[in-house]
Write a protein that binds this ligand. Structure first.
Ligand code: PBG
Length: 341
């Protein structure tokens, strides 16, 4: 055969590394960590094998486990001792995240990012206080139909709460804050509050394009943050939309976001790639709980190779354009990468 082009020439073992376009390092990964104020001991999360909710007393030990693998950053989620309609434990100086933050930042070198949201702290499980008319009717019934009511969270009241949350996190030592509630104006409000209180050096990683996704299921068990009625459609994005994601990212850029996150990751790689092309901010992608759980479930059945599919997933997210990846696979994958331990 007289073939000019033989791409297979560059696929031989000794040359593959030289021509490889994408690489993954432990320093690209952020490991989510769950701290639970109601726990006396570590509680395994059933739908996320290998992950646990840890008591505040164990938070330093948990973060040290992450650091031992070569991963340098964690994202902290809190499960409070009590919940109320406004989510007031989210900004308590003695709240679960604030307590854990002080210890972790005192005792470890981890770069600590906090998830800034109200859904784990409100008794109704929504990402902000409910609108006045819903509240005055009393609690909305748990069996209210999923499509009703269409407008539940009071956006601007949520912003006031987010201001209090970020400043309490910053006072407790957060290195970076990550607002995840998809409230309009959240980035601008948070930036102003941080600057006003002397935290102008604390960056904001915005969950800029966060979709209303069924892939968050296992997380909601883990963090006990499922909405008790309705859904999050009126604040999280419609999976059908991609131009809207560009608009969300643009608004967050105007409001001063430092890092743009797309979430989930694998079903939304087109969005990761578009944000990479259109913006020059660092791009983060959140490989969410459902993406983790489905590989584990298939591997348990013997249908997939867990290590190989996890690595391929993260590499694909990186190839699509993510600079950093939040993933429950962080520790397992990092151990097997060059630079990992
Ligand atoms: C909101 C938040 C959620 C996740 C991260 N932050 C849940 C939601 O929006 O319902 C989901 C993460 C995952 O599924 O891994 N605080």
């Amino acid at each position: 055969m007289d073939l000019t082009h033989r791409p297979r020439r560059l696929r031989r073992d000794r040359v593959r590394g030289l021509v490889s376009e994408t690489s993954l390092e432990p320093a690209d990964l952020i490991a989510p960590v769950f701290v639970d104020a109601t726990a006396d001991e570590r509680i395994p999360i059933e739908s996320m094998p290998g992950h646990e909710r840890v008591p505040v007393d164990e938070s330093v030990a948990r973060v040290e486990e992450v650091l031992e693998t070569g991963v340098e950053a964690v994202m902290l989620f809190g499960i409070p001792e009590s919940k109320d309609p406004d989510g007031t434990r989210a900004w308590a100086d003695d709240g679960v995240v604030q307590e854990a933050l002080r210890r972790i930042t005192d005792e470890t070198d981890a770069y600590v990012i906090t998830d800034v949201c109200l859904c784990e702290y409100t008794d109704h499980g929504h990402c902000g206080p409910l609108e006045e008319e819903l509240r005055s009717e009393g609690r909305v019934a748990a069996d209210a139909p999923a499509c009703e009511p269409t407008l539940t969270v009071d956006n601007d009241a949520a912003l006031e709460a987010l201001e209090k949350i970020v400043t309490s996190h910053a006072r407790a030592g957060a290195d970076m804050v990550a607002p995840s509630g998809m409230m309009d104006g959240m980035v601008g409000t948070i930036r102003k509050a941080l600057d006003r209180d002397g935290f102008e050096h604390v960056p904001i990683m915005s969950y800029a394009a966060k979709y209303e996704s069924a892939f968050y299921g296992p997380f909601r068990d883990a963090a006990d943050g499922a909405p008790s009625f309705g859904n999050r459609r009126h604040y999280q994005m419609d999976p059908a939309n991609s131009r809207e994601a560009m608009r969300e990212v643009r608004l967050d850029a105007e409001q001063g976001a430092d890092v743009m996150m797309v979430k989930p990751a694998l079903p939304y790689l087109d969005i990761v790639s578009a944000v990479r092309r259109e913006f020059d901010h660092p791009v983060a992608a959140y490989n969410v709980s459902g993406e983790y759980a489905m590989l584990h479930a298939a591997a348990e059945k013997g249908w997939l190779d867990l290590e190989a599919t996890a690595l391929e997933s993260l590499l694909s997210i990186k190839r699509a354009g993510a600079d950093l990846i939040l993933t429950y696979f962080a520790e397992d994958v990092a151990r097997r990468l060059p630079g990992g331990r």
